[in-house]
Design a protein around this ligand. Structure first.
Ligand code: NCD
Length: 310
């Protein structure tokens, strides 16, 4: 295994292109061997390690993906969601974390509604910490899953034109993808209504568009985002109907991209809001299920990189 000099995985911002490449290589090995689809029988690299998934926001894909990834590598995995934890009884984040620490946890996977909360936990704890999405800051393993999915289909990232469309302002998936794709040589554009364009868009070094036709023209990959209503304070779109009319991906808007352009979505998809229902079901163009499947392989690779003895 490649030397991976990190104790935690908090964001793509902390990773070099070489380290991202190492995770993608390992992921490709898991996909090739099918080890992400079944519990490993021969070698169990995380045997005897205990992993806790602490999810303080709703999740289906990411939480189950980390659970399966840990179990398939032989770890003992426990998941806690906010609805069933003492946070509901007024316990602070740090107190919850210290409690878990007292139980000799080796790795904590954390999702939290506040940007920076996972970093704070990592500073307070000595176990490994993985960010499973913090506020609108970063969601590194989603971006790694997306990159691995593109590579599995297109064989490369370098030189591909990728449009990230929709609620970029409130999306941690967008931020992690912008960082990762640019580090790996892709050409990234963001397409959003002015109200959902991040204030700091000009700092990302990407092209930004407010018109889907212009933004999608000649793209290889069209990545759609959900409207993150839970992070909105105020009204950002006049109505869902108008949003869908101008920014919802349907066959017509997709036709502005390259003929063989692929559609991606981190899930959960909102049909008739950011994506047309037929396109949501068109698995010849839409990689949403591949992203989920490959996500398990990516999370296995991340767990190994952080915890497996070298
Ligand atoms: C994303 C998230 O939670 O940031 N979902 C996911 O992890 N699969 C995107 C979203 O919720 O819209």
């Amino acid at each position: 295994m490649v030397n991976f000099p990190h104790h935690n995985l908090l964001g793509i911002a902390d990773l070099s292109a070489k380290e991202i490449e190492a995770i993608l290589q390992r992921t490709a090995e898991h996909i090739e061997a099918g080890s992400h689809l079944k519990k490993s029988r021969n070698t169990e690299p995380l045997n005897n390690l205990s992993v806790i998934n602490l999810f303080m926001e709703n999740s289906t894909r990411t939480r189950v993906s980390f659970e399966l990834a840990g179990k398939r590598l032989g770890a003992e995995v426990t998941s806690i969601s906010v609805a069933h934890s003492s946070i509901r009884k007024g316990e602070t984040l740090i107190d919850t974390a210290q409690t878990l620490r007292a139980m000799a946890v080796d790795l904590l996977v954390v999702r939290h509604p506040y940007s920076g909360a996972v970093q704070l936990l990592a500073e307070k704890l000595d176990c490994h910490v993985i960010n499973a999405g913090d506020g609108f800051h970063e969601h590194p393993t989603q971006a790694l899953s997306d990159a691995a999915t593109i590579r599995a289909r297109r064989g490369k990232l370098d030189g591909l034109k990728v449009a990230i469309c929709g609620d970029v302002r409130h999306s941690r998936v967008a931020r992690s993808n912008i960082l990762l794709l640019q580090k790996m040589g892709a050409k990234v554009r963001i397409v959003a209504p002015p109200t959902l364009m991040p204030d700091e868009a000009n700092l990302y070094g990407v092209q930004s568009f407010t018109d889907m036709r212009e933004g999608l023209t000649d793209c290889d990959i069209v990545m759609m985002l959900r409207l993150q209503t839970e992070r909105m304070q105020g009204i950002f779109v006049p109505s869902i109907r108008e949003y869908y009319h101008f920014y919802g991906l349907d066959q017509e808007k997709l036709s502005y991209a390259k003929n063989d352009a692929l559609v991606m979505h981190p899930g959960p998809m909102n049909r008739g809001v950011e994506i047309d229902s037929n396109l949501a079901d068109d698995l010849s163009r839409n990689l949403v299920h591949d992203q989920v499947e490959i996500g398990v392989a990516v999370r296995m690779s991340c767990l190994e990189m952080l915890c497996a003895p070298t």
